[in-house]
Design a protein around this ligand. Structure first.
Ligand code: ADP
Length: 559
């Protein structure tokens, strides 16, 4: 029975209160005032309660207003994960302006492009990053003010038209009272640019609405399950998809935050873990590979970690197993993108599956959140069934998924990525009937050999399960007979002796003969992108330039 027809719409009786980061900040400053953000200094932490953070956010908002920052103006940050960055994270959106966390590891030309594209009016810079930032400043066309935190502002030479301020002096002169406005929930709150793994950085502008809804998802027990009981080690940089949404989610639930600042090597990470006993941590797989290596040489109890979120690229199952078996720490695999805020899916295994199937669920990219819809399209645009076998390019839609890239001049940026209301992810995978995603590859990385596909990720995971291997990256290289063949770039443990023949032999039970790679190269480290993913663009270029010393075994013969 129809409740209403098209002419007589029945509106709800509910309040239309906008979702707002200002509301969440006010909640954190009062109800969660005792939660803490702490920054590692190399030997101890600098602590600040959420109450104090809120007062500092008030001072920063007043200071920015005085410098002429209006609603929707962009304020860039060029900072490590630390207390001051967290203050800026909260003050800027809550005052109605737009936070733009700049990726400090982009190439200088990319950074200049990104800051100019976003038209950042003010940039807050960490003192330790001035040697990187200073040379960029003359090229940043829209920047009027630079605020130097944790360092000496007088060390920065300002070009004409740019004023430089000390963060401490600026805030000391301000009142902590600021009436954070609740703006239209669809207004931009924060921006991130993609890290450019597969092309130029593109801007995503998150709204207050998307940020609040996404934070709720991070806090749900079947999302990341972040809660007031957690002390959260945020290794993923605050410029990488807003540190996977953890800072705003922590504000919402009152989880404490542990910030590594510039101490991102395995040794200091373990030292800060020992000192602060975090219960929750988040970082890309390459960080955890390093931590595992360090733990092998210097054993340490890390069972205080009840959950470690890993995503950004596929988690090698061997690494997940090592954390389980050797350290009693569960890795929770998650999938997402800058364009998806980033949380799309999380690999909690369903409680009602037999024990021997649990692992298959854990190593998958996980189940989509209730508000995230997903579909797979084949090369001809047909929607593929969710049967756990059919492959296609993943498209997603939902309230915290981008519907376009930011464009200042109204000219659409890569409009082909947006397809009838869906975001094309560029990821190729399959989905089970109960909504679990398994990615096979990025469409640009998949190797097409003799008309058939080889997953570079499957090969990498298998090679990395060999006990002599630290890490391995696989790319497709041109081949006369097969169009394309896999090349494996391997890093061996110090003193390990496995050669190409032995490594290939170890793959023989998992892969078909024609999939077994014949090209191998032994390197000292896999090149990484600005956010710590394998940088296959660099390996491809090195191969094309003849820089790699390739060992070539006998290849497969044509059937
Ligand atoms: P960039 O596109 O510049 O690398 P992002 O961090 O937004 O920056 O990258 C998103 C991409 O990272 C996804 O499209 C996917 O290819 C990859 N990715 C993220 N999480 C996972 C995961 N758990 N498993 C495999 N790939 C992942």
């Amino acid at each position: 029975m129809a409740i209403c027809d098209h002419d007589e719409r029945m509106l709800s009786t509910m309040q239309d209160e906008p979702l707002s980061l200002a509301t969440i900040l006010r909640h954190a400053m009062t109800s969660k005032a005792d939660a803490e953000v702490a920054t590692w200094t190399g030997s101890e932490v600098r602590r600040m309660t959420f109450g104090e953070m809120g007062r500092q956010a008030g001072r920063l908002a007043n200071a920015l207003r005085e410098l002429g920052v209006e609603q929707t103006d962009r304020v860039g940050t060029f900072m490590w994960n630390n207390n001051e960055h967290f203050v800026a994270y909260n003050a800027i959106p809550a005052m109605g302006s737009v936070l733009h966390a700049l990726n400090i590891r982009l190439f200088p030309e990319q950074l200049t492009f990104v800051a100019n594209h976003a038209e950042d009016k003010v940039v807050i810079v960490d003192g330790s990053l001035l040697p990187l930032f200073g040379p960029l400043l003359p090229g940043l066309k829209s920047v009027q003010h630079v605020i130097v935190a944790n360092g000496d502002a007088s060390a920065l030479e300002a070009p004409a038209g740019v004023s430089v301020h000390s963060y401490d002096d600026l805030l000391a002169a301000q009142s902590e009272d600021f009436d954070f406005p609740v703006v239209d929930e669809r207004m931009a709150a924060a921006m991130c640019y993609t890290s450019g793994t597969t092309g130029d950085p593109k801007g995503v502008a998150y709204s207050h609405r998307s940020s609040v809804l996404h934070s709720m998802q991070v806090c749900t027990s079947d999302g990341m399950g972040l809660s007031e009981r957690d002390n959260t080690l945020v290794i993923v940089p605050m410029f990488h998809a807003n540190a996977w949404g953890l800072p705003y989610a922590a504000l919402m639930c009152g989880a404490s935050l542990l910030m590594p600042d510039r101490f991102l090597q395995p040794e200091p990470i373990l030292a800060m873990m020992q000192a602060e006993q975090p219960t929750f941590a988040a970082a890309v797989p390459t960080i955890w590979t390093g931590v595992l290596g360090q733990l092998a040489a210097h054993p340490q109890d890390i069972t205080h970690l009840r959950s470690v979120i890993v995503g950004g690229s596929a988690v090698p199952p061997a690494m997940m197993k090592a954390f389980d078996d050797k350290h009693g720490v569960p890795i929770l695999h998650a999938w997402g993108m800058t364009e998806t805020s980033p949380l799309g899916s999380v690999a909690h295994p369903p409680s009602r599956v037999p024990q021997d199937e649990v692992w298959d669920y854990r190593i998958s990219q996980g189940q989509f959140a209730a508000s995230v819809q997903a579909r797979l399209l084949d090369d001809d645009g047909n929607v593929m069934p969710h049967d756990g076998e059919s492959l296609g390019e993943l498209e997603v839609k939902g309230p915290w998924i981008a519907s376009s890239y930011y464009s200042a001049d109204g000219v659409a940026v890569e409009p082909e990525k947006f397809h009838h209301g869906w975001l094309r992810t560029g990821d190729v995978g399959k989905i089970t009937a109960n909504g679990y995603l398994t990615l096979v590859d990025r469409s640009k990385d998949v190797i097409k050999s003799g008309g058939e596909w080889i997953s570079s990720v499957d090969l990498e995971n298998a090679v990395m399960s060999h006990s002599d291997v630290v890490e391995a990256a696989v790319i497709g290289v041109p081949d006369d007979a097969w169009d394309e063949r896999p090349l494996v770039a391997v890093v061996l443990h110090e003193g390990a002796s496995a050669d190409a023949e032995a490594l290939r032999a170890s793959l023989a039970t998992t892969f078909a003969k024609w999939q077994l790679p014949e090209r191998w190269v032994f390197i000292s480290e896999v090149p990484k992108t600005s956010v710590g993913k394998f940088d296959k663009k660099v390996i491809r270029a090195q191969y094309a330039d003849g820089q790699l010393d390739v060992v070539t075994l006998a290849g497969p013969t044509r059937p």
